[in-house]
Design a protein around this ligand. Sequence first.
Ligand code: ADP
Ligand code: MG
Length: 613
Amino acid sequence: METLEFQAEARQLLQLMVHSIYSNKDIFLRELISNASDALDKLRLAKLQDGLEADTSDLHIEIEVDAEARTLAVRDNGIGMTRDEVVALIGTIAKSGTAELLGKLKEAKESPELIGQFGVGFYSTFMVADRVELVTRKAGTEGHGTRWESTGEGTFTIDEAPDAPIGTTVTLHLRPKDEDDALYDYTDEWKLKEIVKRYSDFISFPIRKRSGEEVQTLNSQKALWARPRSEVTDEEYHEFYKHISHDWTDPLEIINMKAEGTFEYEALLFIPSRAPHDLFQRDARRGLQLYVKRVFIMDDSKELIPDYLRFVKGVVDAADLSLNISREILQQDRHIQMIRRRLVKKVLSTIKDLQTSNPEKYATFWREFGRAVKEGLLAEPDNHKPILEIASFATTEGTEPTTLAAYVERMKEGQEEIYFLTGESRSQVENSPHMEAFRAQGYEVLILTDPVDEIWTDVVPDFDGRKLRSIARGSVDLPQDEEKPEPEGDFGPLLGFLGEKLSEQVKEVRLSHRLTTSAACLVSDADDITPALEKMYRAMGQEGPRVKRILELNPDHPLVAGLRAAHERSAEDTSLRDTAELLYGTALLAEGGDLEDPAKFAKLLADRLAQTV
Ligand code: ADP
Ligand code: MG
């Protein structure tokens, strides 16, 4: 026998279990049954696809209690584990992001939202047991099995189990019942029936309860996706969702689909009510479960749902696929591609319906998943319209996000385009000099602050025939500009002078129509990429020539007017050159940009200030 230590994170998690932060302790059984069901699926699949020799004629889960000894055993005749697998799978937490979540969990002890993000699986047994034994033997291996045992306190023991049958048995030595602490008597038949019915009814293998000679099956085993929606309660759907998603919170929306005819399939999809912590981690699990005629084929089938909808969970049961279809074949399968297109369409239209049928749900959806959904604007040019229809954006009109359709409704007389400005934060965008004329003349501007906004706005030209227009690009002619009087004096020579002095930094210096209070701002030429995008490409290792921008001056600003007068008096004045640098630097700072030579700018500024004191 060997005594081993739990990995540090596993120890922390166990501590939380032993000191029981979850109010609902019943769920340990759901976790054990869920693991057993996975193990049975895996065995059936190993036989089907890898030709493993195994008896799969009576795959089942069995619950056995001994009221006197106060033990509860959950047994399956599934795939089982080798010794090394037991050490690796039960002794460590492999899930990414777990450590990070643990930290948060500890800070916010009783916060149900946080706990909900975090399926604790096997370790939940320590909420109800003070000692747990696991005996297992891997299908297809010769010789003895493995016995694992722990009290959940830092170490576990590993030993040989000479006559272990194929599969896994987990035996809990139950703690005394304490109903005040929601710790029930888990040897009680009615309690067990109730828990199985509530959490595990849909499990596709029989869950049997043995008491002496008597054996009864506790679950109906009905595939939820195959049942008409009217016959299934929300609670049943929710439990199924939790089983397949490992989320502990009810889903936001349930989607049923059924296609008949030449290619039959059924789908049951869920939109979670909260983004998982690893939504933007590349190695996160994603994809749907694939079944063929009620037989589980694979998890995480990415072929069924595009990456930008990776948060969608669920099951697709396709009637006409081969049972031993591989991932490689799946990628090329025409039917799978068709199913995927239909699922996308259905998910997008479901969200669209929510906008009117349940605006609150829609707002939750967009807050949680909008950032991911917008990636679809890059991935699926064919779906620009439906994706933009379900999108909403922060705006200068009020604090609530707006849809594009609502924006268009509000557009002013004579306004043709949808105005937006990208930036790093709402306040940076709102205070940007580019915003001045738009604000002064009452034009609404969308405030786009997600990194992905920089990219999709570069490739999506319009929405429903209205051009999407960055107010930091190209020239602006707002309708009211025509009424403005021409600026006094001839700015031509000054602009020429500045253009020459700043030729390293900018491609042109011109007068602005977008400024009312600032002296200057920088804009990108209509066809050039924005500095943020340039920075992003550089970060990804794509080098290119630096894109110069255009410096725009506000002729009504005293600084600019004064500069013009000074230049007219003496074009040779050396301080003019410094003023030009200061003007350029200030414009860059105002939009949140980075100065190329901050020390030089600071010196110029200090020298200039010294002249004024
Ligand atoms: P999860 O099920 O989310 O992976 P668990 O803590 O419930 O996390 O289980 C950890 C791992 O232990 C499982 O992924 C599985 O590989 C293994 N395992 C647990 N129970 C069984 C079982 N009854 N049969 C085979 N493997 C099991
Ligand atoms: Mg599990």
